[in-house]
Ligand binder design. Structure first.
Ligand code: TRP
Ligand code: ZN
Length: 882
């Protein structure tokens, strides 16, 4: 906690480390109240640096001893300045020995070494290692680690760290030890240890080169019935990386440890991944389809980091997307390949587009907007964002779109050939892609340096006599903080031309056949392409498969959109046409509510929805995506002045109208999409459940439909899986059914022993428009609520502030008041979690004036706190800055 103005760190100020570390030997005497850490490093002056001072970081640790080459340093031999310890005039080669003490049980920030439900856990990314020992805690310092763990044997029978177990044994006083050695040099952020009484599911797994690896998933004893899916996902990940990228597991042993107290999803520590229980534990009784999909994605993600992140790491934290964007892209491709079918892949892609629009576009248009490779930050933990992760993944995807799958693979191969074992920059990745393919990707760099979502405007002219189409694309990008003017991006725009019969017209550009979909490369502010042999006026299908993270503008007529919605061969654009139809109406209805006019929904739209709902040629999963309306967030992004209540009422009206007018078809969809027999989280069954449960929620939204409420009640009673159970409960709560309260109580009684399900129980209530701020405060008094647990705090407090627009934005400002209190309270415990909650106010300037005034007051209240973490201070001051 600092009270002074936090320091901004700039990418341009990078300097090489003064000293390099070859080996690190760590000794831990683990004790929750007082853990002693002995650190012995062999260091040498870095020839690439002119500096002779050793620079070490340390935070919240007590220094006990400091020795250079065996000689204890006196108070005048070194300086401590905040978190920085400097040793001037150090010799060329140094053995540095440091002893420190920390208090894991007092560590509520969950960064560094902490205690979770009685077990020792570490989290070192980004800068948590300095909370364990003094160290040049920066990713470009890579060393080989040997770790000796000592702890009470009965309480902590399992002692784990990175790499290979080389020795274990007994110690006097009921203690024992384990020694681990990691053969690969690594940055300190990948260090991990676990001392626990956890148990594991383990398996020997044969690798492509014939070696066998030991795979383990470590959990609390009562959770051994929930580890299968994570283990299967791990094996599939290993196989996939071998096959798709020729990348093998480089260790004999790979461990996943689940902990209930974790700030993020999971962490890729070398050989010892640590996971939020949310992304490990699953069985049909407690986990939803979404949970199963999340586990597969995150297990894949962390495993893939072993190459993209660990073997090749980041030079500095500004390069974070080098590993995160690339690894998200890899986990997305993995999930797509696991689904297998083209339509399943498209459904995955649609989900990705939805996340971008729902979360990333708003970030890129708000006060925290930053380039995929930021130029500055105050607190690096604030930059684990959807921009660095998801937009970063889109940037990587664009290489593949521009270079083709094979070209992309060549680029990856060259990247590893050049940089294995190094800490590098985003530019190095781009150069590998360019050089491996003999392409100039200089302009592509702007995707890394310029923030903001580019707009691409399209205009089409058809010449009936010449049978040609001229397609003109122009681009612009709105200003973002610190970047008023933007230069043109290199944008791959995949296009098709859809004929009157609904089929693709084969594309010929400049006399060259280009198949049914052509990737146009827009590099100038404006460019035109001429398509020949176009027999009739087509409907353009633009940005197919969402080929770039941009907003595409084209003046579609309703009939064009209806045509694409029925026929586009690109499923993503087919879905997109429906979203455009829906958005047009939602915006109009929102304005009507605000103006006090009567709402009405046209038959054209309802008929289009009917058609897609009843089209049995389409996968249920796709139909569900097509019927799902843009979220309240997405609508808000499209409105000049945001009136959250109007948006909610407009969207509810459309949902209820669909529920009423398509009643018969929705009922039939519920019947047709039952999944009897044993639960399975395969794409087909997931799609059926999704469509069925969306149908149920639309029916329940039609206020006078008692039959729908009964149906939801029955499903709640009879469901044998959490997907159906939670969906039915949600339908009851959102419909404000009389039976909702009883169902909630039954749900709690049945699952109170399952922490992850109790999180769902809180979240379901927190997001319901019937739950006001008073009810949230009451829920915070529930014995199961615990603000120190990030999952629990998020499930109630963050869900309310970020997903319950109606109640959070009540006109009297009491929702914002609650937000301010919670940010302040959380900040004293866990700055990372507080800072994420702080971002609920990002878009405050866009709200109606009355709300804006209340929001500003709440922001100022937080900002007025003397003691605030850098994390929260940065987010709040950027929100308030002009
Ligand atoms: N590298 C992790 C991932 O993307 C992210 C992460 C996990 C993290 N825990 C963290 C980042 C704590 C910052 C702080 O897989
Ligand atoms: Zn990651």
């Amino acid at each position: 906690m600092r009270t002074d103005t936090p320091l901004t760190i700039y990418r341009k100020d990078y300097t090489a480390p003064s000293y390099l570390v070859d080996t690190v030997e760590l000794g831990f005497d683990l004790d929750p109240a007082r853990t002693i850490v002995a650190n012995r490093m062999t260091m040498r002056r870095n020839p690439a640096s002119g500096q002779r001072e050793i620079e070490l970081y340390g935070e919240e640790i007590d220094l006990v001893a400091l020795r250079v080459n065996g000689k204890t340093l006196g108070k005048r031999d070194y300086r401590i300045d905040g978190n920085l310890l400097r040793i001037p005039n150090a010799p060329e080669d140094v053995v540095l020995e440091i002893e420190t003490i920390c208090a894991p049980e007092k560590n509520t920030a969950l960064s560094g070494l902490y205690v979770s439900n009685g077990n020792f856990i570490t989290q070192c990314e980004a800068e948590g290692f300095r909370r364990i020992t003094y160290f040049p805690d920066r990713p470009d310092v890579m060393a080989k680690y040997t770790v000796m763990l000592r702890a009470e044997k009965q309480r902590y029978p399992v002692l784990l760290s990175n790499g290979n177990l080389v020795e274990e044994g007994e110690l006097p006083g009921g203690r024992h030890y384990a020694k681990w050695e990691d053969p690969f040099p690594k940055p300190s952020y990948l260090f991990a240890l676990v001392a626990s009484n956890l148990v594991c599911q383990e398996e020997k797994f044969k690798l492509a080169d014939g070696r066998t690896a030991l795979l383990q998933v470590w959990v609390e004893e009562g959770n051994l019935d929930k580890t299968d899916y994570a283990m299967q996902s791990l094996k599939r990940s290993i196989r996939w990386d071998e096959e798709r990228f020729g990348l093998e597991l480089d260790l004999d042993r790979f461990m996943i440890v689940a902990t209930g107290d974790f700030n993020m999803g999971a962490m890729e520590n070398k050989g010892l991944n640590i996971f939020n229980t949310k992304y490990v534990l699953a069985n049909p009784r407690v986990a939803t389809d979404l949970d199963f999909q999340g586990i597969e994605a995150v297990v894949g993600h962390e495993y893939f980091h072993n190459w993209t992140g660990n073997r090749v790491t980041c030079r500095d934290w500004f390069q974070l997307s080098l590993k995160e964007g690339l690894t998200v892209f890899r986990d997305q491709e993995f999930s797509g390949d696991m689904v297998g079918t083209d339509s399943g892949r498209a459904v995955n892609r649609i989900d990705q587009v939805r996340t971008l629009r729902q979360v990333q576009f708003p970030e890129d248009a708000g006060p925290m907007a930053h380039p995929v490779r930021p130029d500055s930050f105050v607190e690096i933990n604030n930059f684990y964002t959807v921009t660095v992760y998801e937009k970063g993944a889109e940037v990587v995807r664009m290489y593949q779109t521009l270079l083709g799958r094979e070209g992309f693979r060549k680029g990856m191969d060259l990247y590893f050939e050049r940089h294995d074992g190094q800490a590098v920059e985003c530019d190095d990745f781009r150069r590998a892609m360019a050089d491996a393919n003999g392409r100039d990707l200089a302009q592509f760099e702007r995707w890394y340096s310029q923030a903001g979502t580019p707009r691409v405007r399209a205009a089409m002219r058809y010449d009936a006599a010449a049978k040609t189409v001229e397609l003109t694309l122009s681009q612009s990008c709105p200003p973002t903080p610190g970047q008023p003017d933007k230069l043109p991006f290199h944008i791959p725009v995949a296009v098709g031309l859809v004929g009157r019969d609904g089929r693709d017209i084969p594309l010929v550009i400049d006399g060259e056949p280009r198949g049914n979909t052509a990737v146009l490369e827009l590099t100038a502010a404006e460019q035109s392409w001429r398509f020949t042999n176009v027999p009739e006026l087509p409907v353009p299908s633009l940005l197919r498969d969402f080929s770039a993270p941009v907003v595409l503008e084209y003046d579609y007529r309703d009939e064009d959109l209806l045509h694409l919605f029925s026929h586009d061969s690109d499923p993503v654009n087919r879905w997109e046409a429906g979203q455009r139809l829906a958005m047009e109406r939602l915006l109009k209805l929102t304005a009507d509510v605000t103006a006090g006019s009567r709402m009405q929904l046209d038959d054209t739209f309802v008929d289009a929805m009917r058609k897609v709902l009843t089209d049995d040629a389409l996968d249920p999963a796709f139909r569900e995506q097509a019927l799902l309306l843009p979220t309240e967030n997405m609508i808000a992004e499209q409105t000049e002045v945001v009136h959250p209540l109007s948006i909610h009422m407009a969207r509810q009206f459309v949902r209820a109208t669909i529920g009423t007018r398509l009643r018969k078809e929705l009922m039939a969809a519920i019947d047709a999409n039952q999944t009897p027999g044993e639960y399975s989280p395969d794409a087909e069954a997931i799609g059926k459940r999704a469509l069925k449960n969306l149908a149920l929620s639309y029916l329940a939204a039609a206020t006078d439909d008692n039959e729908a409420i009964d149906l939801a009640g029955q499903q709640f009673e009879q469901a044998d899986n959490m997907t159906d159970k939670a969906a039915a409960l949600g339908a009851l709560i959102h419909a404000r059914a009389q039976s909702a309260a009883g169902a909630l109580q039954d749900f709690y009684d049945e699952f109170q022993g399952e922490a992850l399900v109790v999180d769902k129980w809180f979240a379901l209530q927190a997001s319901a428009p019937s739950t006001d701020v008073g009810a949230v405060r009451a829920l915070m008094q529930h014995p199961a609520f615990n603000i120190r647990n990030p999952n629990r705090a998020r499930s109630l407090v963050a869900t309310f502030c970020m997903a319950n627009h109606v109640q959070f934005h009540v006109p009297d400002g009491s929702g914002y008041q609650f937000w301010a209190e919670q940010v302040i309270a959380l900040d004293a415990l866990n700055p990372q979690v507080a800072s994420r909650l702080a971002r609920a106010m990002d878009r405050w300037r866009r709200y109606a004036p009355v709300l804006q005034a209340h929001m500003k007051k709440a922001l100022q209240q937080v900002n007025g706190q003397k003691k605030l973490s850098n994390d929260v201070r940065e987010v709040i001051s950027k929100a308030l800055a002009n």
